[in-house]
Write a protein that binds this ligand. Structure first.
Ligand code: SAM
Ligand code: SF4
Length: 462
């Protein structure tokens, strides 16, 4: 009999990828995904530990799930409840103490062992906690078949973990040290995705440009070389990658931005701060000017490049002058979009124990608002520069209004346009006629689907 599986995913795209793979691992046990937790036979919260707010959400959600678990038991059923991801990795058995109705706690590196964990949990011999960093890689053991992409754009994890130890960040502790998949494994997964109709792949890693996987020639390949190999897959029209560290942008990867047409002209390159003093305290190992020079080099190779970044306001010891340096860097570089966060002290990280240097909450708030105001203005200005241009759009969702499809521009904005349903999953040229804070509107100009290199082939007319 089929059993219902509900997974709620928090945080980054790597968690989205992991959740999809958990579905694959549990499919042979008869579990099928459902979009509602009530009545489910298994509920997994795939969690994020990056900021305090993200972590605390998990406990309030567990309270709600407990009521559903009781309802299910009252009907004679059993709901297995699991906490996965980085909160699970960081807090382990502590979760079972705070929420004794949880059956399984497992980290990001052990979910390939879910079948055994489920058996142990269902037998009821006490909760299962599995937060090891096993010697085997989950990627070697996850099922290859049965991997079903949800649409024409898919994620592919190629790298995990981090050895950089930025002083504010939990990732090196929750995801472990840097690991890169073998090139042959990545290419095989990409071909399978393309075989299922995927046109765009986003390569994922906490530090994706630190990729150093073993190539088929036995040599270590960097991300640039991997991207060139992926670009040879027939039918794969778009390649993206995220998240990158400025220090790992090597010459080959920078060059790929100017020479691989499938590599989209959009780059998420977190800088965190514009102050050299704060960057040093963060252990970022680059200065504001290093970042500016890097952007210049990237723009020389690809003048049309749209940039995105991450910023933290109120890192311990940040002064008004440090913050002014951040605003100056933003003004100098010009971002098409960006994320900004208030510094959140994470237990166990060096920055959290900088006694007496923590910035007042109200000051963090003010700076966050100021940074967001500037970034939002840059985003609107960038979107407006696209009005009047014709962009390729990969339609991957239906729009709010009837007859409308939604997709992504090369620069990552959502674009909506009136288009027949058969253009779903296709890359189509759209003339942009409207720019908003978070999206663009346009009309399909040719209805032609495009070849991987972006040239139109005359087949599907709108
Ligand atoms: N590896 C990426 C890099 O080097 O920038 C970042 C990955 S991290 C999962 C995503 C973003 O979360 C970071 O870029 C940072 O801006 C933010 N972040 C991480 N720890 C944080 C903290 N303690 N407080 C606030 N924001 C944080
Ligand atoms: Fe965290 Fe990124 Fe720094 Fe690694 S490089 S510690 S993932 S912010």
């Amino acid at each position: 009999m089929k059993k219902k599986l509900f997974i709620k995913t928090y945080g980054c795209q790597m968690n989205v990828y992991d959740s999809d793979r958990m579905v694959d691992v549990l499919a042979p046990l008869g579990y099928e995904p459902t979009d509602r937790p009530d009545g489910a036979d298994m509920v997994i919260l795939n969690t994020c530990h990056i900021r305090e707010k993200a972590s605390e959400k998990v406990y309030s959600e567990l309270g709600r799930i407990r009521l559903m678990q009781n309802d299910k038991a009252a009907e004679g059923g059993r709901m297995v409840v699991a906490v996965a991801g980085c909160v699970a990795q960081a807090e382990g058995a502590e979760i079972m103490m705070r929420a004794p109705h949880v059956d399984m706690v497992f980290g990001p590196q052990t979910y390939h062992q879910l079948p055994e964990m489920v058996v142990r949990a269902v037998r009821g011999a006490g909760g299962v906690v599995n937060t090891d960093f096993p010697v085997e890689s989950k990627f070697d053991l996850l099922p290859e078949e049965g991997f079903r992409p949800q649409g024409p754009a898919a994620f592919l994890s190629v790298q995990e973990g981090c050895d950089k130890f930025c002083t504010f960040c939990v990732v090196p502790y929750t995801r472990g040290s840097e690991y890169s998949r073998a090139v042959s494994q990545v290419l095989a997964e990409a071909r399978r995705l393309v075989g299922h109709g995927v046109r765009e792949i986003t390569l994922l890693g906490q530090n994706v440009n630190a990729f150093h996987g073993e190539g088929p020639d036995g040599k270590v390949w960097g991300l640039g070389r991997l991207i060139r190999a992926l670009a040879e897959i027939d039918g794969l029209a778009r390649i993206r990658y995220t998240t990158s560290h400025p220090r790992d942008m090597d010459d080959d990867l920078i060059d790929a931005h100017g020479t691989v047409p499938q590599l989209m002209p959009f780059l998420h390159l977190p800088v965190q701060s514009g102050s050299d003093r704060i960057l040093a305290a963060m252990n970022r190992k680059h200065t504001g000017d290093d970042y500016r020079r890097l952007v210049d080099r990237l723009r020389q190779r690809q003048p049309d490049l749209a940039l995105s970044s991450d910023f933290i306001t109120g890192f311990p010891g940040e002064t008004d002058q440090d913050f002014a340096d951040t605003l100056r860097l933003i003004t100098d570089v010009g971002f098409a979009q960006a994320y900004s966060f208030k510094y959140s002290a994470r237990p166990g990280t060096p920055a959290a124990s900088l006694e007496g240097r923590q910035v007042d909450e109200a000051v963090k708030d003010q700076r966050l608002q100021a940074v967001q105001q500037l970034l939002n203005a840059q985003q609107v200005a960038f979107n407006q520069t696209l009005v009047g241009r014709t962009l390729t759009v990969l339609f991957d969702r239906v729009g709010k209004h009837e007859g409308q499809l939604l997709g992504r521009s090369p620069f990552m904005q959502s674009v909506h346009a009136d288009a027949p349903a058969r253009l779903m999953g296709q890359i189509v040229e759209v003339a942009i006629d409207g720019a908003f804070a978070n999206s663009l509107s346009g009309h399909v100009v040719t209805g032609e689907t495009l070849t991987p290199a972006g040239r139109p082939v005359m087949e599907a007319h709108a």
